[in-house]
Design a protein around this ligand. Structure first.
Ligand SMILES: *Cc1c(COP(=O)(O)O)cnc(C)c1O
Length: 503
């Protein structure tokens, strides 16, 4: 820019400070306005709690779409009252209510209040976790929580980073598996040189019930879905260890190059945990990277009663944990951890303006060194920090136990009831079943789909579903310590009466 252009520009009026033009910016002169806005937003949330009696309003997509698209985004509203009335009409009134026991569909936990208090601080102060000069204490709060999680896993020399979610953490696991293998075994630097010819023959082993993000991640990593070998599961839908071993042997016999195994600790569809110890044995026998996707099952780290179900997780080279699935945290809150901190160095990149190579990291630490797909990054760690500092691990663990116990009791109810067909018990809280009334000869997939849809558009109950061997099943995900067996009985009755009417 030329100097003469600066003198020509209209100067900002100094007496605008505190004036109307700047009243919406968050700074010391607008504290009163901030307080009023937050009070009103909080009242809107309280209204949501007070007025929401069922998990969904039942609104159809075409109706809500029309309402959203008929607003004029270039004509601002008069004030916060008008704004919040519109937000209520377009969003809050029809929002899915995860806190109600009648919502029993996906992996959405109810959230704890200290984490919501933290959200208020996080968004206003708006630290960014990439470098120390944008976060200060935030960097160490995140690191301390990574260390804490690592310690709960049983790691002693670990590192990690908060991520946006389990899919991203799983991507980091496979990225490290790929680049570590290429560098250590083949002497090939993927970061510098890209994929080599041999990469086409890399093979990654997952169970056929693993999360779909693993598949996406193989093509993101340039290996293609062809790199993924799906290992069959046992009667409880966990990875079959004998089948894994033969799949690895078979890949070797075909001249392919096994590089990693992804074990799932808590599958999305069944909540069961792959046999971690035997899988770790195979990984070490064949020198494969072992990643454990504990996006869901990480909640067991909190539990005294059920922690043993994760036995062997400490042998994994890397782990995904989703605090927003199983630690009662608001979205987003997730992390990726490695057993050996030196492996995370593989993702380090130097940018002259952020973390130049000559910088002393002990003096000015930078979490950006550990993050692959985010530079500017929210201080989500504060939510977990506030949760642990106020509630403690033990209380969260009791919540986890309550859900597991409710799920076990629900499984027993489903088993005893001749109208239901339950596919498997769960280590956690997911139950896949269908309504199968005796003596009714009908297409069970179509009937169960009708039950799910009908309850959804009535808004009374939200269930999930999945397909097993081409057949449609209903699915419960029990993730709410408020949910009791009497809620479950009520839901089962509703399924039955809808089923008998629709059947
Ligand atoms: C939900 C889930 C993921 C993905 O996590 P996001 O946070 O939704 O990205 C990965 N693995 C499993 C087993 C999951 O249940």
């Amino acid at each position: 820019m030329h100097t003469d252009q600066i003198t020509l520009a209209t100067p900002v009026q100094p007496n605008n400070r505190g004036g109307k033009l700047l009243k919406d910016i968050f700074y010391e002169e607008t504290a009163g306005g901030y307080q009023q806005a937050i009070d009103k937003a909080r009242d809107a949330v309280l209204g949501f709690l007070r007025d929401t009696e069922q998990p969904f309003s039942g609104i159809r997509p075409a109706v809500i779409r029309e309402a959203v698209y008929s607003t004029d985004l270039n004509r601002p509203l008069a004030d916060y009252d008008a704004l919040l009335a519109e937000v209520h009409a377009l969003y809050i009134r029809h929002a899915t209510a995860f806190h109600l026991p009648q919502y029993i569909a996906h992996l959405n936990c109810p959230v704890v209040i200290p984490a919501l208090a933290a959200e208020v601080i996080i968004s206003a102060i708006n630290s960014s976790q990439d470098t120390y000069d944008q976060s200060a204490g935030g960097t160490f709060i995140e690191r301390r929580l990574i260390d804490w999680t690592a310690n709960e896993i049983g790691y002693t020399n670990a590192d990690g980073v908060f991520t946006a979610g389990g899919s991203q953490s799983n991507l980091m696991g496979l990225l490290l598996a790929r680049d570590y293998f290429a560098l250590q075994v083949l002497g090939h630097d993927v970061k510098r040189d890209g994929l080599s010819e041999q990469a086409r023959r890399f093979r990654i082993f997952v169970s056929d019930k693993a999360h779909f993000s693993n598949e996406k991640n193989t093509w993101l990593l340039g290996l293609g879905e062809q790199a993924m070998v799906k290992v069959k599961t046992d009667s409880r839908f966990r990875m079959d260890v004998a089948a894994l071993k033969s799949a690895v042997e078979e890949a070797l016999a075909q001249g392919n190059i096994p590089i990693a195994i992804v074990a799932t600790a808590g599958t999305t569809d069944f909540g069961n945990i792959d046999p971690l110890e035997p899988i770790a044995d195979i990984a070490s026998a064949y020198n494969l990277w072992m990643h454990v996707d504990a996006a869901y099952g990480c909640g067991l780290l909190l539990s005294d009663k059920y922690r043993h179900l994760l036995g062997g997780i400490e042998r994994a080279d890397s782990v995904t944990v989703d605090y927003h699935k199983s630690f009662f945290q608001p979205i987003s809150s997730s992390a990726f951890l490695v057993k050996d901190k030196s492996t995370l160095q593989l993702v380090k990149h130097h940018a002259d303006y952020l973390n130049p190579p000559e910088q002393d990291y002990d003096e000015l630490p930078a979490q950006i060194n550990k993050s692959i797909t985010q530079s500017t990054r929210r201080f989500d760690a504060l939510k977990l920090w506030c949760t642990l500092r106020l509630m403690g691990k033990q209380k969260l663990g009791i919540y986890t136990d309550m859900m597991i116990d409710t799920a076990a009791a629900t499984a027993a109810l489903l088993q005893q009831d001749p109208d239901f067909d339950l596919l498997s018990s769960s280590d956690l809280g997911v139950l896949v079943f269908r309504f199968r009334p005796a003596g009714i000869d009908t297409d069970l997939s179509a009937l169960n789909l009708r039950i799910k849809q009908s309850l959804f558009f009535e808004g009374t109950y939200i269930l999930a579903s999945t397909k097993v061997e081409g057949e449609f099943y209903l699915k419960f995900t029990i993730l709410n310590p408020v949910t009791t067996l009497s809620h479950i009985r009520e839901i089962l009755e509703a399924i039955k009466s809808t089923g008998y009417t629709a059947g």
